[in-house]
Design a binder for this molecule. Structure first.
Ligand code: SF4
Length: 458
């Protein structure tokens, strides 16, 4: 009864957010930066911001997250953080020797109005940046947007600073994976390679935040997209951007800057979205889908049809990030489940709402942006009485209060492991998601069924 004061009766709110269904922009920017090999994320703000961003990522991945900070104190807050950033850049290259530094701003430095590009130029002019090394930046004010926006802005910054068109075309496809787990990024690469396609995937946090414990400290783990790869992304024949919110801005920029055409697809969560991803790769690369992927797909279809009776008309309520919610709604409605409520704290355009309504019908409650918080979600859960809910770790309080099963998706997940290692995307991910949903529903059925009706197979 942790949230027992949440009333079922709903009242209009215009200015108050209770338990936001999002986290702050720099968390996403820092996560994206970690997806470049030997890149050191740098937080231009106070130590507290950086400590929070690092701890959010460390608790989610159970791995150390390296990042530096401009360490603002009162002086920087009043007079600006130029001196702090120039000194930080000097210290970073003197002590930590990264191949790339990715600076993101925070609320405070944005309110001050620090011009990061100008400060980087100043550091360059003063010889604080070693020759041939780049410092990139993204503006990530957290009083708007969310971690998804921050991820998108930093991915776009990678293109702005690093991607180049050398004048030749290379038969390779850029894949922008969106704000997903390292396991999902690895899965997108695996699918492309299974199809015999040369791909450049960035950012790529696989092998960075889900690395093995080998008894040694690695300041820069072995994974991550190589800087040369991001540069060469400007020579690719095509860009496949997964997730409108997290990947579209970067895909558009590769097109305008380097003339690489692109398509934006839904995240490949579930059967249909994965089919679209695989088919797009097939079409662009002019290859056939191998038997191995067809077999994986067949297994998903098999479980969907074998267990359809357990999914049919089960009601679901979803809270999370917009890109994931669109694909998940599609998968759940394909399973003949009823999606009653979809909430994201990330501000999105009207496309999000219409995409969800098209899939879930007009009866579904869809809310996004300011006011779309966990308090609102909890109230909707009380009203809609779903059979299960999908959300991040914070949704466990609602699940406990309402005695509902929770499928953990999205960011952050602090209280479980697995998301780092096992994808939810692709056919393998769809199979894993089916298992999770079935286990949740059947465990509940086993628990709640009266003794006289209890069977070996329910
Ligand atoms: S919301 Fe703003 S002040 Fe708070 S941690 Fe994020 S960047 Fe820092």
């Amino acid at each position: 009864m942790l949230l027992r004061h949440t009333p079922e009766a709903m009242a209009d709110r215009t200015a108050l957010t209770l338990n936001p269904a999002k986290t702050c922009q720099p968390v996403g920017a820092m996560y994206a930066s970690l997806g470049v090999h030997r890149c050191l994320p740098h937080s231009h703000g106070s130590q507290g911001c950086c400590a929070y961003h690092r701890s959010a990522l460390t608790r989610h991945y159970k791995d150390p997250v390296m990042a530096t900070t401009s360490s603002f104190t009162e002086g920087a807050s009043v007079f600006g953080g130029q001196g702090n950033l120039v000194e930080a850049i000097h210290n970073i290259f003197t002590i930590y020797g990264p191949d790339l530094v990715a600076v993101h701003t925070t609320c405070l430095s944005e309110v001050i109005g620090d011009d990061i590009a100008q400060i980087i130029n100043k550091a360059q002019a003063e010889g604080k940046i070693p020759r041939g090394i780049r410092v990139i930046h993204a503006n990530t004010p957290s009083f708007k947007g969310s971690h998804v926006t921050g991820f998108s802005s930093m991915t776009e910054a990678m293109v702005r600073y690093l991607s180049e068109n050398s004048g030749r075309r290379i038969k390779q496809i850029n894949i922008l994976p969106g704000f997903v787990e390292p396991s999902d990024m690895a899965e997108a690469k695996r699918i492309a390679s299974e199809m015999g396609i040369k791909s450049i995937l960035f950012p790529d946090t696989s092998g960075v935040v889900n690395g093995p414990l080998d008894g040694r400290f690695h300041m820069y783990p072995g994974g991550g997209a190589r800087i040369e790869e991001i540069t060469a992304a400007g020579d690719s024949i095509f860009t496949v951007a997964l997730g409108r919110g997290a990947s579209m801005a970067a895909a558009k920029l590769v097109d305008t800057k380097c003339r690489v055409p692109f398509e934006v697809l839904d995240l490949p969560i579930g059967l249909r979205a994965t089919d679209t991803f695989v088919d797009t790769l097939r079409r662009i690369a002019g290859v056939s889908v191998p038997e191995s992927l067809m077999a994986e797909r067949g297994q998903v279809v098999d479980v969907m049809s074998d267990m359809h009776q357990y999914f049919y008309r089960k009601k679901a309520a979803l809270v999370g990030d917009p890109d994931q919610l669109v694909s998940l709604t599609q998968f759940l409605t394909d399973l003949d489940m009823e999606v009653r409520c979809v909430v994201t704290g990330t501000p999105t355009g009207p496309d999000f709402e219409s995409a969800i309504r098209k899939l879930a019908g007009d009866r579904a409650i869809v809310k996004h942006g300011p006011g779309a918080d966990l308090f609102f979600f909890h109230q909707r859960v009380k009203n809609e009485k779903p059979d299960l809910i999908f959300g991040n770790t914070y949704a466990k309080y609602i699940a406990r209060d309402e005695d509902l099963p929770l499928i953990r998706i999205g960011f952050p997940i602090y209280d479980r492991v697995g998301h780092q290692y096992f994808p939810l995307t692709g056919y393998r991910g769809a199979l894993r998601l089916l298992e999770k949903i079935l286990n949740a529903l059947l465990d509940r059925q086993d628990r709640d069924t009266p003794e006289e009706s209890f069977e070996l197979v329910m």
